[in-house]
Design a protein around this ligand. Structure first.
Ligand code: URA
Length: 208
């Protein structure tokens, strides 16, 4: 069964409270979502493999390290985009893929309308990014798209999760560890996470 890591850090809690506040404007909302992405990256990367690398400091030779694996960040469009800059700031050499999904109004099944990945993604560690792990349907579908292309080294990164979203992801993808800034109580009848932060995409992009 996959690992679920809910970050417990004063800075993350502080910034999560800013984005949960309905009175927070879109500039501060965007900045905080990105900053939380950066802070979560510290935790995601705790067990990244390194390989030795020798460099010359201005004073002498130094035995150092560099990351062993390439990293690819894959936001699920569109809300996932909000966390990308913060993660990319921490891992600037990471490449970025994109997955766009929409939900069929009749079957309620997610369908892919866009998928584009770096060519070396199979040798990389892939961070699938979507702020809201609500039902888990989109995250699970996005990970299936990657696995269908032979990509298996995957971690999920989000802001807020629900017990039902975690259950779905763990059932469908027991090999994918889940990293979240907060675990909330449940989904309401309209599909919103409670207490949540509302529609993350709308708040990021000012579409409401
Ligand atoms: N997506 C969102 O943006 N917010 C929710 O509360 C649930 C899904």
């Amino acid at each position: 069964m996959s690992k679920v890591v809910v970050l417990n850090h004063p800075l993350i809690d502080h910034k999560m409270t800013i984005i949960r506040d309905k009175n927070t404007g879109s500039k501060q909302f965007r900045e905080s979502v990105s900053e939380i992405g950066g802070l979560i990256t510290y935790e995601i990367s705790r067990d990244f493999e390194t390989v030795p690398k020798v460099v010359e400091s201005p004073v002498c030779r130094v035995d150092g390290f560099e990351l062993a694996k390439k990293i690819v960040i894959v936001p699920i469009l569109r809300a996932g985009l909000g966390m990308v800059d913060g993660i990319h700031d921490m891992i600037p050499h990471a490449k970025i893929g994109h997955i766009g999904l929409y939900r069929d109004e009749e079957t309620l099944q997610p369908h892919t309308y866009y998928a584009k990945f770096p060519t070396d993604i199979k040798e990389s560690l892939v961070l699938v990014v979507d702020p809201m792990l609500a039902t888990g349907g989109s995250a699970s579908a996005a990970i299936t798209i990657l696995k269908d292309r032979g990509i298996y080294n995957i971690r999920y990164v989000g802001l807020v999760g629900t017990p039902e979203g975690i259950k779905k992801l763990q059932e469908d993808h027991p090999d994918v560890d889940i990293y979240l800034a907060a675990l909330d109580s449940h989904l309401n009848e309209e599909g919103y996470i409670v207490p949540g932060l509302g529609d993350c995409g709308d708040r990021l992009f000012g579409t409401k």
